[in-house]
Design a protein around this ligand. Structure first.
Ligand SMILES: *Cc1c(COP(=O)(O)O)cnc(C)c1O
Length: 417
């Protein structure tokens, strides 16, 4: 184990016990939630470090507290590595989350009541892109595009038409549940045509973008926002990249605009993550994520399961359960009992509520981090197909669960000593 928890188990055995149970859950099950990953021991150590003890409001060289010389070094390393990783002119590594990163861009470049044009939540977009329940839907006007009902992929012509009609201030692209390549250049051109800014939220695909497994948005669109904890495999957090001309406004919007002191332990861990991501092994890892997703998708399709848009180009796929006469909720619960963690998800042309749904979102980043490859993906695909086709068969589910645990234990998430 990289975290021994020796103090924690003395001070707070209740929490230590919960963490141990969670460790066993992660170890013995298969994590196929597309937005999750398994960080390295080095990232965990930085996150759990004494860097948490200090206030460092401001930015390197311009802090509002004394004693920040080492925090400056850590944040500068994080910024420089992120810039190098994506070829960005400017980077802000302080946003506490992906949502905060998006909030900072809106706060910097939109007045209250101006309009966002973004992807519909139930077709792959994110809450922070203008959902009525999010601050974005309350502070701004929102117009939304979806996918083409037939191809279930983005229709750039239709987005362009909407942009002309709606005259948004910011056009948002990037998604939480879109299995295909996104043409960021096309989005920036649409924005340029109507005098809007373009923001690409690459939260899900940041690792793929950094390693050129997906075309980049950095330097292509005005603002790129991301999380650091999905395919990038770092600590939970956010970041923003942009050209120099936007740097000052973005930095001011993050601090003092909408955050106080940065989480310097997390920023240190982001620096570690970016260093790891600059290594050739991280490119190999991201290539394998995509290969694994393709093999898993093929296995599901060959077992008679329909995937939204017919497949995947990235790290995730959306299963359409309509012709299995099942809801996403039922399938999520059954697969959970089998030790396979996925999340129910709306699909294009959804007829059910977001709490029930007709789909499942399945992703390969976490299982790929454990070292699983094509053979394991075929096995996982067969397990998923057999469970969703025979969801009431408790004997089958128990059998799959035993097999899942046996396979999971062959791919430990952390060293055991
Ligand atoms: C995950 C995600 C976010 C938000 O991340 P949080 O850190 O949970 O706030 C933002 N945008 C997209 C597209 C995402 O998938």
């Amino acid at each position: 184990m990289c975290n021994h928890m020796s103090y924690l188990s003395q001070t707070d055995p209740e929490i230590a016990d919960i963490i141990e149970k969670e460790r066993l859950r992660q170890t013995n099950g298969l994590e196929l939630i597309a937005s999750e990953n398994i960080v390295s021991c080095a990232v965990l150590e930085a996150m759990g470090s004494i860097m948490t003890n200090k206030y460092a409001e401001g930015y390197p060289g311009k802090r509002y507290y004394g004693g920040c010389e080492f925090h400056d070094q850590a944040e500068n390393l994080a910024r420089d590595r992120l810039k190098k990783l994506f070829g960005a002119q400017h980077a802000n590594v302080q946003p506490h989350s992906g949502t905060q990163a998006n909030m900072a861009v809106y706060f910097a470049y939109m007045k209250l009541g101006e309009k966002i044009l973004s992807m519909k939540l139930n077709q792959g977009g994110h809450l922070s892109h203008g959902a009525p329940v999010s601050f974005t839907g309350k502070f701004y006007q929102v117009a939304q595009y979806g996918v083409d009902p037939k191809t279930e992929t983005l229709d750039y012509g239709a987005v362009g038409e909407m942009a002309k009609k709606e005259k948004p201030q910011i056009i948002v692209c990037g998604a939480s549940a879109y299995p295909r390549i996104i043409d960021f250049k096309a989005f920036q051109e649409i924005a340029d045509d109507v005098g809007a800014y373009c923001m690409a939220d690459i939260a899900h695909i940041a690792g793929l973008v950094a390693t050129k497994q997906h075309p980049t948005s950095v330097g292509v669109v005005n603002f790129t926002t991301t999380t650091t904890h999905k395919t990038l495999r770092g600590p939970r957090g956010g970041a923003i990249m942009c050209n120099e001309e936007y740097a000052q406004a973005i930095d001011k919007a993050v601090f003092p605009g909408m955050q106080g002191g940065p989480l310097m332990n997390v920023i240190s861990a982001k620096a570690v993550c970016f260093e790891e991501a600059l290594r050739p092994s991280f490119t190999e890892y991201n290539k394998q994520i995509v290969k694994n997703a393709k093999v898993l998708a093929e296995t599901l399709i060959n077992s008679g399961i329909r995937l939204v848009s017919g497949g995947t180009d990235n790290h995730l796929m959306l299963i359409d359960l309509t012709n299995q006469h099942l809801t996403g909720l039922e399938a999520e619960v059954a697969l959970g009992k089998a030790g396979i963690t996925v999340n129910k998800n709306t699909i294009p042309n959804e007829t059910k509520s977001p709490f029930v749904t007709s789909g499942l979102r399945v992703g390969t980043p976490a299982v790929t981090s454990r070292g699983m490859k094509e053979a394991e993906m075929r096995q996982i695909g067969h397990w998923i197909a057999s469970v969703v086709k025979d969801i009431k068969n408790e004997t089958l589910i128990a059998q799959v669960n035993r097999e899942v645990t046996a396979m999971a234990q062959k791919f430990p998430i952390y060293p055991t000593v």
